[in-house]
Design a binder for this molecule. Structure first.
Ligand code: 5GP
Length: 137
């Protein structure tokens, strides 16, 4: 597997570019998507360098899914939503645009989602949501 060290999420992990973080531990990072498909759209990534789900060892994946579960719980409790879409794309052929494994958590009904990576969100609103969500984590 060839991993692109200069993909956007690798830069976020290195701190080369900023992000609205909501949670971080030794294995994972969770931060807001800046082109949200709904308010509260959050991304969870492993620190392990994997491009797709097929490139990560099971033990690293368990850490990642544990963070997915924590963030989903925080989204439900802070935003008062009943449902959260969990989405994860593998490969350009599936529409993956950033080649570092990530899980989308989108607190909205599937039929109401905005376009994927379509439009930059309101940064002040995203920042405020990040503060709210991170406070629960
Ligand atoms: P993918 O298409 O790879 O499944 O999803 C990539 C996601 O990353 C998209 O939802 C897109 O909005 C988001 N994204 C792209 N560039 C950036 C960025 O610079 N910062 C953040 N936080 N999200 C980004």
């Amino acid at each position: 597997m060839s991993y692109d060290e200069n993909n956007i999420f690798a830069k976020i992990l290195r701190g080369d570019i900023p992000s609205f973080k909501v949670y971080e531990d030794d294995y994972t990072l969770a931060f807001m998507d800046i082109m949200p498909q709904a308010d509260g759209h959050t991304l969870v990534i492993p620190k392990f360098k994997a491009e797709t789900l097929l490139d990560i060892p099971a033990d690293e994946l368990i850490h990642t899914m544990t963070t997915v579960q924590k963030v989903m719980s925080a989204l439900k409790s802070t935003l008062g939503v009943e449902g959260v879409v969990l989405m994860q794309l593998n490969g350009e052929a599936a529409g993956q645009t950033v080649p570092h494994l990530h899980f989308h958590l989108i607190p909205e009904h599937l039929r109401k989602l905005k376009g994927h990576g379509a439009e930059q969100g309101d940064m002040e609103k995203i920042k405020a949501l990040a503060q709210k969500i991170s406070a629960a984590l």
